[in-house]
Write a protein that binds this ligand. Sequence first.
Ligand SMILES: [Zn+2]
Length: 97
Amino acid sequence: MIVQIPTRQDHEGYPGYLGLFEIADNCPVCGGPRGKVYQTISYDGSRRLHCDGWDNPCGHIDRYSAVRDEGKRVPYPEHPDPPPYSDVYGDNPKNNI
Ligand SMILES: [Zn+2]
């Protein structure tokens, strides 16, 4: 799957620090399927940046730092914004750590 995430931890809310990464469709810990992508916000401690998030049904959390290590950065000119969380998972977002 292709996801749009910050390319660095201290992204300062700058969209230029967004990148597309191609990663496996499955959780690297247990091999279960990864969750569907939705719109979320990455907070670097001072600024917010809109990017992709997903909740794996198995409960394992993919940290962006690990996703950057796993994934291959890819050019992908059309990456439409994913739907909001509520459209993907219903109205009860769980709190990601
Ligand atoms: Zn898992």
